[in-house]
Design a protein around this ligand. Structure first.
Ligand code: AMP
Length: 310
């Protein structure tokens, strides 16, 4: 059965208040619609965690830095509702732009630090738009849990930072990236790829995997990343905005793998911008470090072993 569609904040608050009277916990899954299995995986996780799940469909104009990109963004409310129906989400919240940003709207939530660099450098204002709409969705739903994909890894960091800084009482739950069988991360933008581009697209993920393996085997970070960027271009991508190694916990640039880390990339394939990221195989690195450290200890060349755990 299709979940009821709610379009106003007032109606949403009434529904949630009813749930709260029964003691139910509430989760929210913010999306811009054009749902695919990646989004649905968040909804599955939310349904396993909370008694009631709100899925939001809102193409947020404030997070687009190109009017053409906003106009081209797919809007597929009926199809989205049909995809969600078998899952059992409890409400679809589908506000109009005027409901979210009524006349006179003048507030921006801006998260510094984690919003700088990476996508923040190439999409000015994007994360202000994300933080503003996500803050509103958290306050409108009053949810206990919010589910976000690791696919948008910097966004996840921005949201977590905002929640901590503003003391918003919500637990942000990260969910793994869902991929096609050939490794391409699912994205609403994949639909824009021509057949030729679609054949090239998964090379981005395979280059990340190869690069992670090389780094884990001790390849120097700077030259290995430069080679990875060149490999993305050779594969047929038009431009690499960034391909970097960043700390898993703080998103800071790192020059050696001395802590949990992620490879993170944005690149243009024709007119489509794709992003992806991959967690470095930290546990295998630890397994490599341990015997070496123990040998050093036995040989008397080390008196103290420090292995930073993730
Ligand atoms: P979007 O509709 O693109 O704004 O995405 C809504 C949510 O779905 C965000 O938390 C994304 O990180 C998440 N998401 C998008 N693609 C994927 C994917 N391939 N796997 C897991 N989560 C995803």
């Amino acid at each position: 059965m299709s979940a009821p569609i709610v379009r106003t904040v007032a109606e949403l608050r009434t529904v949630v208040a009813g749930w709260r009277r029964t003691g139910a916990s509430v989760a929210v899954v913010p999306t811009m619609g054009a749902l695919h299995e990646g989004h649905l995986s968040l909804v599955h996780s939310a349904l396993q965690t909370a008694d009631r799940v709100i899925v939001t469909l809102f193409v947020n104009p404030k997070q687009f830095n190109s009017a053409a990109d906003l106009a081209a963004y797919p809007r597929t409310e009926n199809e989205d509702a049909a995809k969600l129906a078998p899952l059992g989400a409890h409400v679809l919240y589908v506000p109009e732009a005027a409901e979210m940003y009524p006349d006179g709207f003048a507030t921006t939530v801006s998260v510094s630090g984690v919003s700088d660099g990476l996508c923040g450098a190439f999409r000015p204002g994007h994360f202000d738009g994300v933080a503003t709409v996500v803050a509103k969705l958290f306050l409108q739903t009053g949810a206990d849990f919010a589910f976000f994909g690791e696919k948008d890894f910097q966004q996840l960091h921005v949201v977590k930072r905002m929640v901590r800084d503003l003391d918003i009482p919500i637990a942000v739950v990260p969910c793994p990236t869902v991929r096609e069988a050939d490794g391409l991360a699912l994205s609403s933008r994949n639909a824009r790829l021509s057949p030729t581009e679609r054949a090239i697209a998964p090379k981005l993920a395979s280059i990340l995997v190869e690069t992670a393996e090389r780094l884990a085997n001790g390849s120097p970070v700077t030259s290995t990343l430069a080679e990875a960027r060149a490999a993305v271009l050779s594969a047929g991508y038009r431009e690499v905005e960034y391909l970097e190694l960043r700390g898993e916990a703080d998103l800071q640039p790192i020059a050696s793998i001395d802590r949990p880390a992620r490879l993170i990339v944005a690149a243009w394939l024709g007119e489509t911008r794709l992003i992806d990221n991959l967690r470095m195989p930290w546990s295998s690195l630890l397994a490599d470090q341990m015997p070496r450290a123990c040998q050093e200890l036995a040989a008397g060349t080390a008196s103290l072993i420090a292995v930073r755990l993730p």
